[in-house]
Ligand binder design. Sequence first.
Ligand code: NAI
Ligand code: MG
Length: 497
Amino acid sequence: MKKALPEYDFQPATLKVLEDSPKKLFINNEWVAAQSGETFETLNPATGAPLAAAALAGAADVDAAVAAAQAAFPAWGSSIAAERAEKLFKLADLIDQHADMLAELETLDNGKPIRVARRGDLPYVTKHLRYQAGWADKIEGSTVPVTFPNQFVYTRREPLGVVAAIIPWNFPLLMAIWKLGPALAAGNTLILKPAEQTPLSALYLADLIREAGFPPGVVNILTGPGEPTGAALAAHPGIAKVAFTGSTAVGAKIMAAAAASNLKRVSLELGGKSPNVIFADADMASAVRGAQWAVFSTAGQECVAGTRLFVERAAYDQVVDGLKQNVEKMVVDHGFAEKVHVGPLISQAQMERVQGYIDQGQQAGAEIVAGGGRVGEQGYFLQPTIFAYQDDTLKLVQEEIFGPVVAVTAFDSEDELIARANDTQYGLAAGVWTRDVGKAHRYAHAVQAGTVWINGYGMIDPAAPFGGYKMSGFGREMGKEAIDLYTQVKTVWVNTQ
Ligand code: NAI
Ligand code: MG
């Protein structure tokens, strides 16, 4: 296949990945074609041209992967924890060794600036993996002082079995590792389904997994779309848990499928409509820059994006002017361009969805302060867009857009602010900028969100629990909480008489 790639000094290994197409499925540490023989294409969102074809896993392939993961579970689940950690650390070393080409694959498949893939995604992938590997041999039970005489009671934290990880396309490898790390550390086996828009880095990871020495069946990787591949995983009776990141609508379908099949455990990290607040006493330069990057990094395709910007009325004009000036300097281009701040959206469908919100917002009376249109004719680029609004019921203000669009509004009092900030079905994250420590904490406590940043935005760390309130999902990834998501407690009673 002749590929239309940008001028860039690609790693030879990156080009080889694109040549070896169609890709296969990874089951039992082996590469196999889909049983149906079907494939699908993954596109370069900067051009719309195909990068490679991948196998489309159907129900029969899901059965095969589940059988492999089930067969591997007894030995892996009862293996010495330090040995599991060792393999995860080895995998992290291998990812570091291949970081340059993995970053190139992320940028080709997802579109994000290569600088971001290199300095953001890849270092975080191994930071998270090493942190979770460290938990493997620190998962402890407890002894329990019960009311019965002569009974010694203790608990064990045991793995669940086969875990399916269904992940999105915005941080392909990082999302894979967020789930793979704690799942394997705790002794589960795994089936990973990357998003159909970005399968390439997960498939490359498969070879590193084999090289790191994981036994056959411990990790299986199935490529394919939500239907049939993801749906078959969610409904499979042999799977003990689905860990999902993606849209709220699909999260609800996964819960329904879990309920109807075997009550498999579900953890969901879903959408957001996060309120970011600037009080008039904030350090304005940082607040405005913070508000800008809170929404426009990854072209707005982040679950935590600060998409609703609340500004105290006394500072409103200053913030809107400053934001407009900054935003109009942002360079929209493909991810390998020398200077680029905002890459393409992931797909034609996503670009059209976002453009639909922009058009609808304008018709409904919100004012465009900057941007609003497409950039170029090729690929899926949109201008960073600022809306000014008053009406909290607008679709633009209520629904997750997942594109480079921020909606700015003025507020007058803290009470009004809290009521409006919480007037959403979502509750993933929130930000606040102020020099008043009391005000900052009052807001942090009152806002309904799983993460709150004070005088900053967007930091995520392997040690800091992360997840949603309300329809942004449940379960906490990162930190020790991540291990709780992938284990269950057994209580053992011993008669000592
Ligand atoms: P999506 O939720 O459809 O896709 C996420 C993952 O779920 C993919 O791997 C997909 O193949 C899988 N999936 C889709 N339907 C499924 C089903 N019925 N059963 C099991 N798995 C299924 O998200 P999509 O279509 O890529 O984006 C649509 C919107 O979702 C975005 O505009 C954004 O609002 C939201 N989204 C939120 C993300 C987040 O990080 N919270 C990430 C991606 C999307
Ligand atoms: Mg792609």
